[in-house]
Design a protein around this ligand. Structure first.
Ligand code: SF4
Length: 369
């Protein structure tokens, strides 16, 4: 795609590191396995990275599609500072091309209007602190593609004691992945299915690269949870769910939280019905029977499927009603108040009291650098 507007004179366009020259004169972006090969003025599949002045640049540094304060459970993260508020934002574009995208107005945007808000990393960190947010989340679209901006925001937040959360499909090459996650405290990774055929046909990506990211995270200090959106007839068979759970237990262990969430018809998959709640319950049962200890359902009202159970004594230590914590029976370190068994995750003090609120925020006019 031609992109005449790409220019390093644009204040929102910055140089990047992960790319190299090819013998045929093109430049290859090395951030993700797409390996976009670019001639001067071309943009990659993600649209926000492109080639100008013989190098790969990021053209959305300091620009956002909007800011919102959410409960951390909405990311979803159930074992990371429960009940706390998180300042969420995204940019535009994506490095996957999922036919079922549930945020396609942002991820597939080619309109600069989508990036209507601007904010420097310092302004975002200051706003997060002022609003009482314990973390900031890169979400709505995949932070892999705007990693330079996300890492600077994460650093500015960490200086104020605010943590950084990546919500990602995990489709990233090893070197940029290692750099990116040095700046992150937590992540939720979408594992979109457990077959190569689905990844290739429905997301135009490769399963193996996502599994590599999950194994990388398991070796890192980053807290992470996994989400699988169940799409009727496409990735919701007993066999596939069981295979996914077996892999997770074998490669990541039984303590990684897994969220099964409900699909709604959207983008290029409007002919598929919404996920019945019974499908989520069935998937959760398969995962628990396989030995995963923390399995949740999402996008539906399901008290059992949103409860965290102590593995020591069986007590319901966190009971959620959507994003509201109704019961919280862990101490400040995440230990059961009854039997002192520790629930894995990141717990630091009492539970937050943000509740289910969603608060849109305007940060426009805060500068960029
Ligand atoms: S980050 Fe964007 S430009 Fe780079 S390889 Fe991936 S899709 Fe292509």
């Amino acid at each position: 795609m031609a992109a005449a507007e790409l220019s390093l004179r644009d204040p929102y366009t910055v140089p990047t590191n992960h790319w190299h020259h090819l013998d045929d004169g093109r430049v290859q972006c090395d951030v993700c396995p797409r390996a976009c090969k670019l001639r001067e003025g071309q943009r990659g599949l993600c649209f926000v990275r492109g080639r100008v002045d013989d190098q790969v640049v990021l053209a959305s540094y300091g620009r956002s599609s909007g800011f919102c304060v959410d409960p951390i459970e909405k990311k979803p993260l159930n074992h990371f500072l429960p009940g706390s508020a998180v300042l969420s934002f995204g940019t535009a574009g994506c490095n996957l091309a999922c036919r079922f995208c549930q945020n396609w107005d942002i991820s597939k945007s080619r309109e600069t209007d989508t990036l209507s808000q601007t904010a420097s990393p310092q302004a975002i960190a200051a706003q997060a602190e002022q609003l009482g947010c314990r973390s900031v989340a890169f979400t709505y679209n995949d932070p892999v593609i705007f990693m330079e901006y996300a890492m600077d925001v994460a650093d500015a937040c960490r200086e104020r004691g605010i943590r950084a959360v990546a919500v990602s499909a995990g489709y990233m090459n090893p070197a940029p992945r290692a750099e990116f996650y040095r700046h992150m405290d937590a992540a939720n990774i979408d594992l979109k299915s457990f077959t190569d055929a689905f990844y290739q046909k429905v997301t135009f990506a490769k399963l193996s690269a996502v599994l590599d990211t999950l194994e990388f995270l398991a070796r890192s200090p980053v807290w992470f949870e996994i989400t699988t959106l169940l799409i009727p007839g496409h990735n919701d068979s007993d066999t596939e769910i069981a295979a996914e759970c077996e892999w997770l237990i074998t490669h990541l262990g039984p303590d990684v939280p897994l969220h099964f969430t409900a699909f709604h018809p959207d983008f290029k998959m409007r002919d598929v019905p919404p996920t019945p709640p019974a499908t989520l319950t069935r998937a959760r049962r398969i995962a628990l029977d396989a030995g995963l200890r923390y399995v949740y359902t999402g996008n539906v009202h399901d008290r059992d499927g949103q409860t965290t159970t102590c593995t020591g004594c069986g007590a319901a230590v966190i009971v959620r009603d959507w994003f509201l914590l109704e019961t919280y029976a862990l101490d400040d370190d995440g230990r059961c108040q009854r039997c002192h068994t520790r629930t894995p995750g990141r717990f630091d003090g009492p539970a937050g009291s943000w509740g289910p609120r969603r608060l849109p925020i305007q940060l426009a006019g805060r500068g960029v650098h």
